[in-house]
Design a protein around this ligand. Structure first.
Ligand SMILES: [Zn+2]
Length: 67
């Protein structure tokens, strides 16, 4: 099995931890047409997506003040 992919070690821009850009993930990225490497580790990416979807980090509930 040689599809040209090799696991890459990248540094997360959020937590500065090294993470592996796995072959599976690279294939997934390639399928989607992404040409850039991921900038975040898996856990930061998950958090990031949650924030994007909800508009705010988890654990913060919206409070509406009314007079
Ligand atoms: Zn991270």
């Amino acid at each position: 099995m040689d599809n040209g992919f090799k696991p890459k070690f990248l540094i997360c821009t959020e937590c500065n931890e090294e993470f592996v850009f796995t072959i599976q993930a690279q294939e997934y990225f390639a399928e989607r047409g992404y040409s850039e490497d991921p900038k975040r580790c898996k856990s930061c990416h998950t958090t990031y997506k949650k924030v994007q979807r909800n508009g705010k980090p988890q654990g913060q509930t919206e409070i509406q003040y009314r007079d």
